[in-house]
Write a new protein. Structure first.
Length: 230
């Protein structure tokens, strides 16, 4: 076999390997189940941030196929659409911050923290706020006290966002592509200011879990300095 033939064959093998890897990643994402319940004209509940700024304290853990790290942190909210997240790695091994404003996420310094975090719609979902891009169609179904809705993308965007509510409380958002749940975020209230928040990217095989131990209202608000982008 000539050197040129070997190179061509090598490129073909690399291409097939890449296609196989992409197919394997796609297969890792679970299929989205059909919406259950009765179709309804009920509107998706409004989910603004509380008018009084809030402070969340939590322990966190991030994991993917090559990396596992944990620590503690705080989130501070500033209505109507600002939040600041500070993560501190256990044993003093570092820290990072992110500022969420509207649909923009600002992560100064090294990009490691961005690796940990979900995109803005799913990050907002962990705070109970629906902040999704406008869709061309919405289907809403009611199943007992659970309301679910699929919000389809635009003609150039095949993604669908699925939202789940218990009563008026947002409990889960999923991003669906080609009929599969690619990533999701959920929030589970445990009472007395405690809550579990979790984000999973199924094809990226990574997750971020937060165990919220305390949620406080801060009537005097926070110093404007915390919103400045370094």
């Amino acid at each position: 076999m000539t050197g040129r033939a070997r190179n061509v064959r090598g490129r073909w093998m690399t291409g097939w390997a890449l296609l196989g890897a992409l197919a394997a990643l796609s297969a890792c994402a679970p299929r989205a189940r059909p919406l259950t319940g009765v179709e309804t004209r009920l509107a998706i509940p409004a989910t603004p941030l509380p008018t009084v700024p809030q402070l969340y304290r939590f322990d966190w853990r991030y994991a993917d196929e090559t990396f596992d790290v944990k620590g503690d942190g705080v989130v501070r909210t500033g209505p109507p659409d600002r939040a600041r997240l500070d993560l501190f790695v256990a044993n003093g091994f570092g820290s990072g911050l992110a500022i969420l404003e509207g649909d923009s996420l600002f992560v100064p310094g090294i990009d490691m923290i961005r690796r940990f975090l979900p995109p803005p719609p799913l990050l907002w979902a962990s705070l109970g706020r629906v902040a999704l891009p406008a869709g061309r169609d919405t289907v809403v179904r009611l199943d007992g006290d659970t309301l679910r809705a699929d919000i389809s993308g635009t003609a150039s965007d095949a993604r669908t966002w699925r939202v789940h509510f218990h009563g008026r409380d947002l409990v889960r958002i999923e991003r669906i592509e080609n009929g599969r749940v690619v990533e999701w975020s959920e929030r589970i209230a445990e009472g007395e200011g405690r809550m579990r928040l979790r984000y999973v990217h199924t094809t990226g095989r990574r997750s971020l879990s937060l165990a919220v131990s305390d949620i406080q209202s801060v009537s005097e608000g926070f110093d404007d300095a915390i919103w400045r982008k370094p």
